[in-house]
Ligand binder design. Structure first.
Ligand code: DGY
Length: 320
């Protein structure tokens, strides 16, 4: 049997690369810039497995360049960058990295929630701009979290981890899902399932934790935003296009909602210019899973999926 050839389309932590190197011949694009398509296609020509990032489009053209491909191991939990149907039709296994980034992403969501409700970004900008200030009873008042309602759209692993954190801050949890969570999880979180309309209309903070798909494209549009409370905040650590960003900018400008904390953007890496100018929005560059430990664990899980499939075993975290 010939040595499998594994193509890694971006820079990943060494711990993942080391596992891959113990399985086969590895070629890795060692740069943070996106891999040029012609370089990628030349490498895919005899690739058995591809390890991809969320910035790669694994589409029909990608598959056409890789006639021997058996597996695409995405180093991300989200896989909206992959045409799973086309992979399945070609007999190519697709895997992702759920679980290992749950805590890091929930921490980030909680961080955005605290930043926007307590106006921390605004406070930091004030000091960094060396604007004169002194303590005042009414200076930069934010919103407390105790007794407030957090509405989670998509109560998967990350949603549950965020709810657990929010409960420790005294928040009440409601959620919207296609189906009800386990009764034990509902009990543990004191959470109840509500319709999306009710969640939007009654929550003080709405957090998006659902996958992106055609069904969730612009789930939060102008109508959804206008059904939220003027005092409410929106947090998005899922995928940018779940929100109609232009509608969000208008809603933040005209006070339809109070603020937003965003880790993801509709046209990443671009950020809507309207968001940059607003004080009631916190924006960070897709940092959900960006801890040393988590990125290492993601690379290792992707590599272990490659090892399993190339050894003829079932993948650990398969999508198709
Ligand atoms: C994922 O894995 O889908 C995250 O967005 C990465 O931070």
């Amino acid at each position: 049997m010939s040595t499998p050839r594994i193509v890694v389309t971006g820079r990943i932590p060494d711990s993942g690369l080391e596992i891959l190197q113990s399985i086969g011949e590895v070629w890795a694009w060692g740069d943070d810039r996106p891999i040029p398509t012609e370089v990628r296609n030349a490498q895919l020509a005899d690739a058995t497995a591809a390890v991809t990032l969320l910035t790669d489009q694994v589409d029909v053209a990608f598959l056409a360049a890789a006639p021997e491909l058996q597996l695409v191991a995405n180093v991300a939990v989200g896989y909206n960058n992959i045409d799973v149907e086309a992979c399945t039709a070609r007999g190519v296994t697709v895997t992702n990295t759920p679980g290992v980034l749950t805590d890091a992403t929930a921490d980030l969501a909680m961080g955005l929630l605290l930043m926007v409700t307590r106006r921390l970004g605004e406070g930091e900008r004030l000091l960094r701009s060396q604007t004169p200030w002194k303590w005042g009873m009414f200076m930069m008042l934010g919103t407390g979290l105790q007794g407030r309602r957090l509405g989670i759209v998509g109560l998967g692993g990350i949603g549950v981890a965020l709810a657990t954190r929010a409960r420790a801050f005294g928040m009440e949890i409601v959620y919207h899902n296609r189906s009800a969570a386990d009764a034990a999880i509902e009990r543990q979180l004191g959470a109840s399932l509500v319709g999306l309309d009710e969640l939007l209309a009654t929550s003080d903070v709405v957090s998006l934790n659902c996958p992106y798909s055609p069904a969730t494209h612009h789930l939060i549009d102008a109508a959804a935003l206008s059904s939220m409370r003027p005092s409410a905040f929106l947090i998005n650590t899922a995928r940018g296009p779940i929100v109609d960003e232009a509608a969000l900018v208008s809603a933040l400008q005209d006070g339809t909602i109070a603020g937003a904390g965003l880790d993801v953007f509709e046209n990443e890496p671009e950020v809507h210019p309207g968001l940059i100018d607003l004080d009631n929005v916190v924006i960070v560059p897709h940092l959900g899973s960006a801890t040393v430990e988590t990125r290492g664990a993601m690379a290792e899980l992707a590599a272990k999926n490659v090892a399993a499939v190339l050894a003829g075993r079932a993948p650990i975290t398969a999508i198709n």
